[in-house]
Write a protein of this length. Structure first.
Length: 557
């Protein structure tokens, strides 16, 4: 590679991709680190510029083409021609070859000595270099390592398939079950919530969702996909011959001496069935509300409203925001031998003691609304409805609350006050909403800063511009720098940020009078009945629990 000198800071200033304050701050950090970290890396770590934009600018300055590795099918045999240590040292990945050239992408084009060492393994062919991002190179390094680590067990499965020769679907081979247990164990050890097994054109990608973010955990040969998918379907008592329609099921497994429940969903795709396994840890059912992450003010409000004798309490938030966990924690808080608690769910995720749980079965017409009507003849004190999806269910919930029952349920809205408009849009009369509604809880999950690598950081004024009015003077913020314990993400675990909207007599009058959402919200804020979620989020950021980036990702300022 032809050596070139580039003055990266000046280049980015000229393009107005960073400003002088950001450059000065990055140079100061670089000096404090005794120049052990590149300027570009510091700028991306601090969030002043994205990795892709940085790589594109270096590409333009050096006259080397930029390439996105995610869009390319890698040549595994070509990669095996190079020692893995040599590739990692050069932060380089060969992705294509022909008779005369080998095409190699690198995220470190100024590491000339490491890149020149690649020439020993090219059979005298010319290397054509490309520039890519560090994130993409590291991603494919991880894929290569995971593929190598599972080669033995994959070969074992292939041999068993050859020996059985017929229906691996029914054989339930030990190697396949060993692999499934390995996948599940890795996901559980890493505190993952879901496992995604996805067939592609050439291979099987196994990804796990940890702290709300998907990451690749395994990569397998496509030849063993049918064996894996069939064995998982057998575990969940699904039809292994049905591959054209979606199926849902559940199964139980003991992993490292502890019992877990798993919910299974299959969906037919172009290359085979996409399989998602939800991990249901029975210990989470025993959580108390105080352990979920509610800050003190919201915790006190919630503990008060769940002890009201009747009315509706709604939880809102997107899928995967922890609504079910909060509902179960609330029910655990108020259940007792003196009252009867009944739930109608789709599906029933956890089994709760002292609570009568019912599963929706729409194929026989047993819907939320139908179950709720039958509940009222069971003399319950507290009713939990998994989700209000239509006017019929909403009307049944309202009638239950007006006849002296405490009703919990969920609704999909962006914020707490928006639930009122949503119920009106569904067709419910305003006065019935006003008479039945107690409170609305909106929540999101944010990642917590890793306690092992947490450090104080400074944010540029542009980052804080949208929320500066809500911040105290000389506000301090924190971020994880990345370490082995958090797998270099800077985050470990998740917590809630919430908002609670309480309904008083005046708000009931405003709902009955068809007041606008803005008018109701202004009154609730003024009277201390509502604090937007971003206030809770910023409080957690100021206390070093999460980052500004996480708060801004899930809230509106």
């Amino acid at each position: 590679m032809k050596k070139k000198k580039i003055r990266l800071g000046e280049l980015l200033l000229q393009k107005r991709l960073i400003d002088e304050d950001e450059l000065e701050y990055a140079i100061k950090v670089q000096q404090e680190l005794n120049y052990t970290k590149a300027l570009g890396e510091i700028l991306t770590d601090e969030g002043f510029i994205s990795e892709k934009v940085l790589a594109e600018q270096i590409s333009e300055q050096m006259g080397i083409e930029f390439v996105e590795l995610y869009a390319i099918e890698l040549n595994q045999k070509l990669i095996e021609n190079f020692p893995f240590k040599v590739l990692k040292n050069a932060m380089a990945l060969p992705f294509k070859e022909d008779e005369y050239e080998i095409h190699i992408a690198t995220s470190d084009p100024l590491n000339y000595s490491a890149l020149e060492s690649l020439e020993k393994y090219t059979d005298s062919r010319i290397i054509r270099f490309y520039i890519t991002t560090k994130e993409e190179v590291q991603h494919f390094f991880y894929r290569i390592e995971t593929l190598q680590n599972t080669l033995k067990i994959v070969e074992k499965i292939k041999n068993e398939i050859k020996k059985s020769g017929y229906s691996v679907e029914k054989s339930g081979t030990s190697a396949v079950m060993e692999l499934i247990r390995l996948i599940i164990r890795v996901a559980i050890v890493q505190n993952a919530s879901d496992i995604h097994i996805e067939p592609n054109n050439y291979d099987i990608s196994v990804r796990i969702r940890k702290d709300g973010v998907l990451k690749e955990a395994f990569l397998f040969d496509m030849a063993i996909f049918q064996a894996i998918s069939s064995r998982i379907k057998i575990l969940a008592n699904l039809d292994i011959s049905e591959r054209r329609r979606s199926q849902d099921g559940r199964f139980e497994l003991a992993i490292d001496g502890k019992d877990y429940d798993f919910r299974l969903s299959t969906v037919p795709t172009l290359y085979g069935e996409s399989i998602v396994i939800r991990i249901l840890d029975r210990q989470k059912v025993l959580l108390r509300i105080s352990e979920l992450g509610f800050e003190n003010r919201n915790l006190q409000i919630l503990e008060d409203v769940i002890r009201e004798p009747y009315g509706i309490i709604l939880l809102t938030g997107p899928t995967g925001s922890g609504k079910t966990t909060t509902l179960y924690a609330a029910l655990n808080e108020i259940k007792s031998i003196e009252n009867k608690v009944m739930t109608i769910e789709d599906p029933v995720e956890y089994s709760l003691p002292l609570i009568q749980q019912v599963q929706v079965n729409e194929t026989v017409g047993y819907t939320f609304a139908e179950a709720l009507r039958s509940f009222l003849r069971q003399d319950p004190d507290v009713i939990m409805i998994g989700e209000i999806r239509d006017l019929e269910t909403l009307n049944a919930a309202v009638q239950a609350s007006l006849t002296g029952h405490l009703v919990f349920s969920t609704l999909h809205t962006n914020d707490a006050p928006g639930a009122i408009n949503r119920m009106i849009q569904m067709g419910m009369q305003n006065y019935l909403i006003a008479d039945s509604l107690l409170a609305i809880v909106a929540q999101r999950l944010v990642r917590k800063i890793c306690k092992y690598c947490k450090k104080e950081v400074q944010y540029h004024k542009n980052v804080l511009r949208k929320v500066e009015k809500l911040l105290p003077q000389r506000a301090k913020f924190y971020r994880g720098s990345g370490c082995e314990r958090c797998e270099m993400t800077g985050y470990m675990g998740r917590t809630l940020i919430t908002e609670i909207f309480r309904v008083d007599d005046m708000i009931s009058q405003k709902i009955t009078g068809n007041a606008s959402k803005a008018e109701i919200t202004r009154y609730a804020i003024k009277k201390g009945l509502y604090r937007p979620m971003i206030v809770d989020g910023l409080g957690k950021a100021l206390n070093g629990i999460t980052t500004i980036e996480e708060v801004m990702r899930v809230t509106r300022s």
